[in-house]
Write a protein that binds this ligand. Structure first.
Ligand code: DGP
Length: 114
């Protein structure tokens, strides 16, 4: 999508600190980190949210979590722990309309459900 900021990051049209990229996904640092490590993992193809996932995206979603594991190891937070979050829609707090998995860690996180 031409107007989507995360599509622009995936294609290199918009700068970001990219930590990992392959043919399916891109991982980059969040511009507004809420903890010492805050990385976003996105599919390279435009998918608006979890609501738009299709049966054939199963491998892609699994791959996003395997990349999350890799990033956690790279960032040295695998052992201490981290949070993996996908916000969906208005009530879920989704502000960018391109599916993204937050990986947040590097400090003890407070429990928050709302
Ligand atoms: P969410 O609320 O789940 O939609 O989170 C969107 C996140 O994306 C938010 O933490 C800030 C981040 N973000 C938004 N625009 C950009 C951008 O242009 N570059 C980077 N690196 N992060 C962005």
């Amino acid at each position: 999508m031409q107007t989507c900021v995360f599509c622009k990051i995936a294609t290199g049209m918009l700068p970001a600190t990219i930590l990992y990229q392959d043919e399916l996904v891109t991982a980059f640092r969040d511009m507004h980190p809420v903890a010492p490590t805050h990385v976003l993992i996105i599919p390279n193809k435009h998918i608006q949210s979890v609501n738009e996932l299709e049966e054939l995206d199963g491998t892609l979603v699994g791959h996003m979590f395997l990349v999350a594991k890799k990033i956690a190891e790279q960032e040295n937070i695998a052992h201490s722990g981290y949070r993996s979050i996908i916000n969906t829609g208005e009530h879920g707090g989704q502000t960018v309309q391109h599916l993204h998995l937050h990986i947040i860690g590097g400090q003890r996180l407070r429990f928050s459900m709302g």
